[in-house]
Design a protein around this ligand. Sequence first.
Ligand code: HEM
Length: 205
Amino acid sequence: MSNLRAEHYPRMSKLRISTSAVHDQLDKKIMDQSPFASQEHYGLFLRYQYHLMNYVASLYQCDQLALMINNLKSRDRTEQLLADFQDLDMTQPAQVISNTQFSASMHESLGWLYVVEGSKLGAAVLAKEAEKLGLHSGFGARFLAGSGADRGSNWRQFMQDIEALTLTVQQEQEMLNGAQAAFKFANQLVELSYNQAPNLTTDVA
Ligand code: HEM
């Protein structure tokens, strides 16, 4: 939860603690693929991220969620991801799973958003690895760079928005369930994405 004091963010603490094991599992699964061993490995890592962002795209377009989370639409990093594909002369992959299959209640969606927004914190660490491949916020690692210097304040705003919501016990539980479901999906997606044949691609628009 970055360096912010947990007692001021009880809901965020619940989210982090309840998902810490599945996060570690996912972190290990991704690192086992040596995503920064070469540009080719990095491309496969980007492809994984693309499938994830594509699957949850509707979250960032949801008007109801935008009433709860500040700057929701501008938090979406799909554009940066597509620019990375172009920088690296990569084609946009065909879907391994249709995003029409994404289904979550409003409160579960908050948990999904926690997972995808939180991944920007880990991305700060990963961006340093990408630098060793010569990639940075202006070329090839735009997605990992995200909002750059604003990363901390965007995350703080997200945490404050989550804490400020009026939720029943059941709604909060739905949010926690949504975060679990998101990490479960992100874990399963590693196999789906890494097993995708290299030629299943479409041209970047
Ligand atoms: C190899 C891949 C990954 C590594 C090494 C990694 C590493 C990290 C690190 C170091 C943090 C804490 C950063 C901080 O507190 O400042 C973090 C936070 C987080 N990461 Fe990851 N991460 C990885 C992938 C992912 C992915 C793919 C997701 C989601 C799809 C994800 C979701 C999260 C979430 C939700 C948090 C916030 C936890 C909290 O403080 O509440 N991470 N990650």
